[in-house]
Design a protein. Structure first.
Length: 251
């Protein structure tokens, strides 16, 4: 990186941090619109959080990306019922974003404190459920997974991109990943190789592949099962998730 580019990036990052309180104010105003039941208010809230997440990555403030990933998951699940309790929880995410505006919110101790708060909020929100990341480009298959797993104690996060799944898994903890082997951008084997090598919070996550490809996955990827798209898929998947839910840490 050239010295001039480094200086420019630092200036852009400083401008972004200076604008952060204003953007947090817009998020709070949007939350009030959600509480009033204003049409499309939740869609606009999600758009603002998504935009802020992208800016955090662009300007080198990864803690903002981490907060916004979890905030997005919360909004996605709250679509059916965004009541006063949901507003209060959403405001807690905005409070964490405000902390980042101060230098103490971006040093090692501050980031560790924010991550601890996020883990506590995640645990309170899940209430014993397992967080399952589904990576599947087919809308029909995503709907089928929703039907298969909807009755179990899980929170489903649906994505259609291996690259987006990798980004989420580097910033947000999950209890299980279910991925089709054949993804258009980053296939599931490459996805799991990157996650295992990352040494991050999901590096030991249980993983299930769905594929018509009979070739076994490399052992180092530690895939717990490869399921075929046939009539046995639904009961097999329910069985694996039931085993996951039976683990003491998720009770």
């Amino acid at each position: 990186m050239s010295a001039d580019f480094g200086i420019l990036l630092a200036e852009m990052q400083a401008d972004f941090i200076d604008e952060l309180p204003e953007r947090c104010g817009r998020l709070e105003a949007q939350l009030m619109a959600c509480e009033r039941g204003q049409d499309d208010a939740l869609d606009e809230l999600y758009r603002q959080v998504h935009s802020l997440k992208g800016s955090g990555g662009m300007f080198g403030v990864p803690v903002i990306t981490t907060i916004c990933h979890q905030f997005e998951s919360f909004i996605s699940e709250a679509y059916e019922r965004f009541d006063k309790a949901a507003v209060a929880q959403a405001l807690a995410y905005v409070d964490l974003l405000r902390q980042v505006a101060a230098p103490s919110g971006r040093d090692a101790q501050g980031v560790a404190g924010i991550e601890k708060s996020l883990e506590r909020m995640r645990s309170d929100h899940l209430r014993g459920r397992a967080a399952v990341l589904v990576v599947e480009p087919s809308e029909a298959m995503r709907k089928m997974y929703q039907e298969i797993l909807g009755g179990q104690s899980v929170q489903l996060v649906m994505l259609d991109s291996g690259l987006e799944a990798l980004q989420r898994m580097l910033h947000e903890p999950f209890d299980l990943v279910l991925a089709t082997r054949e993804l258009p951008d980053l296939n599931a084997l490459a996805l799991m190789a990157a996650v295992r090598e990352s040494g991050g919070r999901n590096s030991d996550i249980p993983a299930i592949l769905v594929s018509s490809n009979p070739a076994p996955a490399p052992a180092y990827l530690r895939i717990i099962a490869t399921l075929r798209r046939d009539p046995r898929l639904a009961p097999a998947l329910r069985g694996h998730v039931a085993q996951l839910l039976a683990q003491p840490k998720l009770k």
